[in-house]
Ligand binder design. Structure first.
Ligand code: SF4
Length: 240
């Protein structure tokens, strides 16, 4: 009998099959957990987004971050307003714009909504630390590529942050440096959604990524050059 076409899928195919299995669990658990609280997963995610947003956002930004239509976002927000979890208010910076704010109950719900399903959290914790860090690196790479194809909403990741100094300390467990906290960070500390992230200039993104992947410090003036904490917080200047 001839072998089936997918009998020996490529590594890439197997990675995607693994991600599909995880996504199934995630979807199932999100419905279960949100459903227990009388919310849909979309409504629960909107609460998390509003809670994590450094500044007030409106309907358009919610739909952009969730990668859903304005109609779907509007419907979910209307339900959250009716449930007393979200309120609409006038923007302080633009009096004509309406932004969304969590009520006290909404804030409490958002904290619960941000909890990961216990089964998935346990599976991640069961991985040895180096494997968990390697997985995080791989996921960050995939998210970055998808971001460049505009296939996912922008993520606030270290690898696109002006404060990120990759591989400043080659060979050390914490080989990178975050200029915001002015401290070394390791692969397992890399952030996917950091509130302090400031996007690096578009033309510097490929250089930052290449340094992250290839392991050469950006230049001779970063924190790795002096091997001691700096007195001031500086953003990066990268020679391309
Ligand atoms: S500010 Fe946040 S995103 Fe930027 S390098 Fe530091 S931890 Fe990463």
């Amino acid at each position: 009998m001839p072998p089936r076409a997918n009998a020996n899928p490529s590594t890439s195919g197997r990675v995607l099959a693994g991600l599909a299995k995880l996504s199934l669990v995630m979807r199932h658990e999100s419905w279960r957990s949100a459903g227990r609280r009388g919310l849909t997963p979309t409504q629960a995610q909107i609460l998390s987004i509003l809670d994590g947003s450094p500044e007030p956002i409106g309907l358009k930004e919610v739909s952009r971050q969730m990668a859903i239509t304005m109609g779907t976002a509007s419907e979910a927000i209307a339900t959250l307003v009716a449930k007393g979890l979200v309120r609409k208010t006038q923007s302080k910076s633009d009096g004509r714009a309406i932004v969304l704010a969590l009520t006290k109950r909404g804030t409490a719900e958002a904290v619960t909504a941000a909890d990961w399903p216990a089964s998935l959290a346990k599976a991640s914790e069961a991985l040895p630390e180096p494997e968990r860090a390697a997985l995080l690196r791989g996921l960050i790479g995939m998210i970055r590529t998808l971001q460049e194809q505009s296939a996912v909403p922008t993520a606030r990741m270290c690898v696109g942050c002006t404060y990120f100094r990759p591989n400043e300390y080659p060979g050390r467990p914490k080989s990178h440096h975050c200029l915001f906290i002015d401290a070394p960070i390791g692969d397992s500390d890399l952030r996917i959604d950091c509130g302090e992230m400031r996007p690096v200039a578009v033309e510097l993104r490929p250089r930052l990524w290449s340094v992250f992947v290839n392991g050469q410090p950006l230049d001779n003036h970063g924190p790795g050059a002096r091997r001691s904490p700096s007195k001031s917080r500086r953003t990066i200047h990268v020679s391309t």
